[in-house]
Write a protein of this length. Structure first.
Length: 262
């Protein structure tokens, strides 16, 4: 596993003899050069396949470093690439293999690529039973989630499907690998931040809503036993900005107020 300096973006290498299958490809040119240096120059390996959990630039930088590799992506990959806040055209590669669901045998492992839209509409989750490992991509961000341009209900459903794999280890799109409790922690965070925002939208004067949302503490959203990392804190702040600018949970608040009135 490689965790880059840019966004703590994660790349995982499955090695079969002298050939490599990559899951995701880091988030900057510098990190991508490091990835190629370690795998190809130092270890003498050849990357044959590069699969993406989703087509956002902070997971794609290394794709152009391995022109000999086939790139795999979901058929909605362009939708995700074009919908992100800061697409990096230089990282884009047209996929060689486009699909919905697929299983690949790589050495002693079977990797099951399962379409699981949540954070983006092209998201894959990857189940590796032989390694007791599941890949969540950006459906989680450590013990939290990232809400920008996503449907929170779809995200919760995606995390629930990953839980059904029953694996004890989970790789996120950022930070690294976690034990399975990270999925419950992410769902807890998602529900708690929704509750806070719905309450603020329902009870506060309109002029105070943005300020009150900006003051929601991550400690009031995560599980009690979770000590947020600096990265999780940073992206919690990004969530608060997105909630205000994109009116996230406004529909939930409206539906809640309608039920109370009824």
């Amino acid at each position: 596993m490689f965790v880059g300096d840019a966004y703590e973006s994660v790349c995982t290498a499955f090695i079969d003899g002298d050939e490599v299958l990559l899951i995701d490809a880091l988030g900057s040119e510098e990190d991508a050069h490091w990835l190629r240096s370690v795998l190809c120059d130092q270890m003498g390996l050849t990357v044959r396949l590069a699969a993406t959990t989703h087509y956002m630039s902070d997971h794609m930088a290394g794709l152009t470093q391995f022109p000999e590799a086939l790139v795999m992506a979901h058929r909605h990959h362009r939708h995700t690439f074009l919908s992100q806040n800061r697409p990096v055209a230089a990282f884009y590669r047209t996929p060689d293999i486009v699909f919905d669901n697929m299983a690949i045998h790589w050495g002693r492992h079977q990797l099951r690529f399962l379409f699981n839209p949540g954070k983006t509409m092209d998201h894959f989750s990857i189940d590796v039973p032989t390694a007791d490992l599941a890949f969540a991509g950006d459906n989680i961000v450590g013990n939290t989630v990232y809400l920008s341009k996503a449907d929170p209900i779809l995200q919760a459903s995606a995390i629930g499907r990953i839980r059904q794999f029953g694996r004890s280890r989970v790789v996120g799109g950022h930070i690294g690998v976690f034990d399975a409790s990270v999925l419950d922690n992410a769902l807890h965070y998602l529900e708690r931040i929704r509750e806070h925002v719905v309450g603020i939208r329902a009870e506060s004067p309109v002029a105070e809503v943005s300020q009150r949302i900006a003051s929601i503490r991550i400690e009031d959203c995560v599980e009690l036993q979770v000590e947020p990392t600096a990265f999780e804190r940073e992206w919690h702040g990004n969530n608060l900005d997105a909630i205000v600018s994109q009116s996230i949970f406004a529909l939930d608040a409206s539906l809640a107020s309608t039920r109370v009135a009824a």
